[in-house]
Write a protein that binds this ligand. Structure first.
Ligand SMILES: Cc1cc2nc3c(=O)[nH]c(=O)nc-3n(C[C@H](O)[C@H](O)[C@H](O)COP(=O)(O)OP(=O)(O)OC[C@H]3O[C@@H](n4cnc5c(N)ncnc54)[C@H](O)[C@@H]3O)c2cc1C
Length: 383
């Protein structure tokens, strides 16, 4: 076996950001490979909520496939209602025109990787990287293989190994705890339900086939997170909690960047690049988008980092806006939730026009404010 393999681009991590980058490069016949420590299909802690913009981006990556076929493979459940609670007190429910698909990451990530492979993409799975020599651009693995690259894509998630090896500044992480609760143990609804829990945490319940995916996010470091999540589940009426497996994960929601993490020939994408959104906890679209933009920047050549910075500006703007909205929700929760109760069309407008269909960057924020003011009052939809 040849000990050293050479690729123009090596992508570390085969999640949505890595596969999107790989697909884009592969379609332009650029030499690349993905290295992942896991073997696909693999589990990933995630709500699996795919707004229309995420499905549109998947379709953009694979235009020859029909949207209806993509949806058929990826959909486990769907919803076009959003409800808000303060603790277990119902506040407001609103219908949205945008349809939200709820998928499973085992299915979604394998679907993307399989497509990459169908287009000739090479993936090395179940491989542990032992060292990266950034000066000579060589990756060493526990299987005694060596990989030489010109460009390196860090698509290795929130706990990025590449970031640690580079001694880059760490990202500020938010922790999440989630459960898949069988429908017989929770009287939930079809709505994507969000809970302002004790003015500190944001909880959610999404329908997911035979289950509800229910969890709590902790914007601040919390040593009692498990106990608080169990109390939250009990407070909203989940039964037999002890029989369910708890899953925990982190998201880089709090780090706001003015420029993307990038260094010479290294680009950080997806969670490794701190692109996930605060408030919504959304990160799949951002991963797909940043992965594809990293590939396009390499294809374009010239100043790759500068091009990548320009192409991902919209994601950083959106993160800043949603960080502000999240601040309002937690610091003025009585005011914010009452306002939503009186004007549920705020939810409809924001979700239909922005979170569902496009990112909320500065330009879209202006159009949101203008259209919101024009929009008449809607009847409050009481449960
Ligand atoms: C509880 C929770 C709920 C969420 N719900 C949603 C949701 O409903 N909708 C949404 O859009 N987003 C959601 N997200 C966010 C979303 O999961 C992430 O933003 C998304 O997975 C980021 O994709 P990625 O490709 O950057 O990283 P990942 O999906 O994390 O993929 C990283 C890959 O890198 C590999 N890897 C890691 N380290 C190494 C290494 N050293 N060597 C080789 N390979 C390595 C891993 O095996 C993995 O395959 C949620 C997140 C959490 C925590």
């Amino acid at each position: 076996m040849e000990k050293r393999k050479k690729y123009e681009t090596i992508i570390i991590g085969g999640g949505p950001s890595g596969s999107s980058c790989g697909i884009t490069l592969q379609k332009q016949n650029r030499s690349c490979c993905i290295i992942d420590k896991a073997t696909f299909p693999r589990e990933k802690v995630c709500g699996g909520l795919l707004p229309e913009k995420t499905l549109d981006f998947i379709h953009y990556l694979m235009p020859e496939r029909k949207m209806k076929d993509i949806k058929q493979v990826l959909t486990i459940d769907s919803s076009n209602e959003i409800a808000f609670y303060k603790n277990n007190e119902f506040i407001v429910k609103s219908s949205v025109k945008t349809n939200f698909t709820i998928s499973d990451r085992k299915i979604l990530d394998s679907y993307l990787i399989d497509y990459y492979k169908e287009h000739g993409g090479k993936i090395y799975e179940g491989i542990k990287i032992t060292k990266i020599d950034f000066d000579n651009k060589i990756i060493y693995t526990s299987t005694n293989q060596e990989f030489e690259y010109q460009y390196l894509i860090a698509a290795d998630g929130v706990n990025s190994y590449v970031r640690k090896e580079l001694h880059a500044s760490p990202v500020q992480k938010v922790s999440f705890i989630e459960y898949d609760i069988e429908k017989k143990d929770f009287d939930g609804t079809k709505a994507m339900t969000f809970f302002d829990y004790q003015g500190n945490q944001l909880g959610w319940s999404f329908p997911k086939g035979n289950y509800y995916n229910i969890g709590l996010g902790f914007p601040k470091k919390e040593s009692d997170a498990i106990k608080i999540t169990e109390e939250f589940l009990k407070s909203i009426g989940v039964r037999n909690i002890e029989k369910y497996k708890r899953k925990g994960a982190l998201l880089p929601n709090k780090t706001i960047l003015h420029k993307p993490y990038a260094k010479d020939h290294i680009l950080f994408v997806g969670d490794a690049g701190s692109f996930s959104e605060p408030m919504t906890g959304e990160g799949i679209y951002q991963a797909l988008f940043s992965g594809a933009k990293a590939a396009e920047s390499i294809i374009q050549g010239d100043n790759v980092v500068k091009t990548y910075t320009k192409k991902t500006k919209t994601l950083r703007e959106s993160k800043k806006i949603l960080t502000y909205f999240q601040w309002v929700l937690f610091h003025c929760d009585n005011w914010a939730l009452h306002r939503l109760q009186r004007r549920p069309h705020t939810i409809t407008k924001m979700v239909d026009g922005h979170i569902g269909k496009r990112v909320l960057n500065y330009k879209n924020l202006v159009s949101f404010i203008i259209s919101y003011k024009r929009y008449g009052k809607e009847k409050i939809d009481k449960k």
